[in-house]
Design a binder for this molecule. Structure first.
Ligand SMILES: Cc1cc2nc3c(=O)[nH]c(=O)nc-3n(C[C@H](O)[C@H](O)[C@H](O)COP(=O)(O)OP(=O)(O)OC[C@H]3O[C@@H](n4cnc5c(N)ncnc54)[C@H](O)[C@@H]3O)c2cc1C
Length: 252
């Protein structure tokens, strides 16, 4: 069985890893030319905003890629206790800080993707074609999908095609083949992000706490200043990778 996965984001890479257990061959097709460093790229415009891995996501990735969390840490990702290491100012007071044992991993999305991609590319059955834009699905009208067509006009056959194009969406591909289109549920979030990156003191590169209190080092500040839940506004300052800080504001 040959499987094509469209998109080499987190969903595409993890889908390829899972389906490789069942398929003879998996081909991932990605429109961006992929960097060999942890750099942001145009196909993932949200990439430069702060990203944190919560417990369930981290566990799922660790299950698929054993040792990933430790590898992230060796590249400078920050592990923080969700209640102890994060100072959260909300509705006029700091939340109580205590040891919860719930770890949050703060890393850039680019680093997470790079480490996952390296592992996926090492998989025997998986090949990754980058710099190639999928423009359509091919198949039998009103019956089935047989493969993909790329921007250079080439058609590639597959037994199964997985669409992991994320926010780019697949622009009516199924509709054009007169195939049923799944019902889509949209949640309007209506929040804008602005992020700025700073360098922490270089003397102790890799040191993550950027502010010390008598209680415990603070690795992340979260601020939600307004008391009116209808006027949501949020800010955060978090340590990422070696000596990096990400500062973010969110506003409707
Ligand atoms: C501001 C912001 C903050 C976030 N913070 C967090 C967070 O803290 N923690 C967290 O877990 N998640 C967070 N997320 C969500 C997270 O970024 C996304 O859920 C995740 O990146 C989605 O991954 P994906 O692989 O589904 O899609 P994408 O990241 O969109 O990847 C899709 C891939 O498909 C490729 N592609 C698209 N169209 C084509 C085509 N026609 N042909 C070939 N390739 C194509 C793209 O180039 C891209 O590589 C955040 C999202 C945003 C917007």
């Amino acid at each position: 069985m040959h499987v094509i996965v469209i998109g080499a984001g987190i969903a595409g890479l993890t889908a390829a890893r899972v389906i490789a257990d069942r398929a003879d061959r998996v081909t991932i097709v990605e429109r961006d030319r992929l960097p060999d460093r942890a750099d942001d790229r145009p196909g993932v415009p949200q990439g430069h905003h702060p990203h944190a891995l919560l417990v369930a996501g981290n566990d799922a990735l660790e299950h698929l890629f054993p040792g990933l969390t430790d590898e992230l840490a060796t590249h400078g990702a920050v592990r923080a206790d969700a209640a102890e290491d994060i100072a959260f100012w909300q509705l006029g007071a700091f939340r109580t800080r205590y040891h919860s044992g719930i770890a949050v991993v703060s890393a850039t999305r680019a680093l997470l993707e790079l480490l996952i991609r390296r592992r996926v590319e090492n998989g025997r059955k998986i090949s990754l074609i980058s710099g190639t834009h999928v423009r359509a699905l091919i198949g039998v009208r009103a019956q089935r999908v047989d493969g993909i067509e790329t921007n250079d006009g080439r058609q590639t056959r597959a037994d199964l095609v997985i669409d992991a194009t994320g926010s780019a969406g697949s622009n009516g591909w199924l509709h054009r083949l007169e195939l049923p289109v799944p019902v889509e549920h949209r949640v309007r979030v209506n929040v804008g992000y602005a992020t700025r990156h700073h360098l922490q003191g270089l003397r102790d590169r890799g040191l993550t706490p950027f502010h010390r209190t008598s209680y415990a080092p603070v690795r992340t500040f979260l601020l939600q200043p307004g008391r009116d839940p209808g006027k949501f506004c949020f800010g955060s300052l978090s340590s990422v990778a070696f000596g990096g800080l990400q500062c973010r504001t969110m506003k409707p």
